[in-house]
Write a protein that binds this ligand. Structure first.
Ligand code: FES
Length: 63
């Protein structure tokens, strides 16, 4: 499903970016072809995806 219509970015692309380490809207913007950078209407949905998917990221502890 498209989250960002302006940049044609899907929820799968955003979830993949989160899995690969994006943890802020700015990082999603950089790793998802500029998602959220045109009209901004998708930013709330992107933030929701961040909030939902960051909860499921493994915790990496420093040695
Ligand atoms: S829908 Fe994402 S910037 Fe417009």
């Amino acid at each position: 499903m498209y989250v960002c219509i302006c940049k044609a970015v899907t929820d799968t692309q955003i979830k993949n970016a989160i899995s690969n380490g994006a943890c802020t809207l700015k990082q999603l913007h950089q790793s998802c072809s500029g998602a959220g950078s045109v009209c901004g209407k998708c930013r709330n949905h992107m933030q929701q995806l961040l909030d939902q998917n960051l909860d499921h990221q493994p915790i990496i502890k420093a040695a």
